[in-house]
Design a protein around this ligand. Structure first.
Ligand SMILES: Nc1ncnc2c1ncn2[C@@H]1O[C@H](COP(=O)(O)OP(=O)(O)OP(=O)(O)O)[C@@H](O)[C@H]1O
Length: 242
């Protein structure tokens, strides 16, 4: 599905990424974790087609990424909801490019709101929502377009610990219901191990280690010792060299 080959990127003379190669299978999930400034967001933006480089390449389903693709869904840190539009209209925005009738849009919006258990928020404005609710709406707005590749930049970082786990559980539930390829940046080792089948640990501009996580997909894994074993492996890799 996603093939990254010898990818490098610089902001002027600042090297942000150097010789990144990575393969992610179709419908697999991949967590990217690493210290601040190591290049995670740059990598995600390149995957989204929002940044470009001619040093190396990224292919999605065999096609070289030159610009953003409409089948890629992107969830960034700041929710990006339009404050003057109600929840239902924010979600409908994702569908406006798809030439659907008003009734079809309404049906799709109701369907995704029901799936995310937030139908009652339909007529509210973003300012009337909690952080967790805003994040659900943001996820709904992206998923309503049925992306085959979902990219997320610290989707839960602004949330308290309990809400964070609720959103992580929701993402896993949605994945089980309709698997798609998911690549996400996180600062949380626990989140990386809960949601990542592959965990990519980065250091300055490079991939330091890739950990395969055989326990991905088990919604009860947080209660099992094996989970903490992988968390420890990731922690050690992150701390090596510090
Ligand atoms: N627009 C920009 N112009 C110049 N340099 C940039 C720009 N964006 C990022 N950088 C630099 O590129 C490097 C990688 O930044 P990037 O945002 O990709 O890191 P990150 O791992 O996502 O960091 P964080 O975890 O703090 O969000 C850093 O050294 C940063 O200072």
């Amino acid at each position: 599905m996603v093939d990254i080959k010898d990818l490098s990127f610089s902001y002027g003379s600042d090297i942000a990424l150097k010789d990144i190669s990575l393969h992610i299978n179709e419908n697999a999930t991949c967590a990217i974790i690493g210290p601040s400034g190591c290049g995670k967001t740059t990598l995600l933006y390149l995957l989204a087609g929002l940044l470009h480089t001619n040093q190396g390449e990224i292919r999605v389903n065999g096609d070289k990424i030159m610009t953003s693709r409409k089948e890629t869904g992107v969830i960034l840190q700041d929710y990006g909801l339009l404050p003057w539009k109600k929840v239902k209209d924010n979600i409908a925005l994702g569908l406006t490019i798809r030439n659907l009738s008003k009734e079809e849009i309404q049906r799709e919006v109701d369907k995704i709101l029901t799936e995310l258990d937030i139908l009652e928020l339909k007529d509210k404005f973003p300012a009337q929502l909690s952080g967790g609710q805003k994040q659900r709406v943001t996820i709904a707005r992206t998923l309503v377009t049925k992306p085959d590749l979902l990219l997320m930049d610290e989707a839960t970082s602004a949330l308290d610990a309990i809400t964070k786990e609720h959103i992580q559980n929701l993402l896993l539930k949605l994945y089980h219901k309709k698997p798609s390829t998911m690549i996400f940046i996180t600062h949380s080792i626990e989140e990386a191990v809960f949601l990542g089948q592959k965990i990519v640990i980065m250091e300055k501009s490079r991939i330091k280690k890739v950990v395969e996580n055989p326990y991905f997909g088990d919604s009860k894994i947080r209660r099992k010792m094996e989970y903490y074993g992988i968390c420890l492996e990731v922690r050690k890799a992150l701390e090596e060299g510090y």
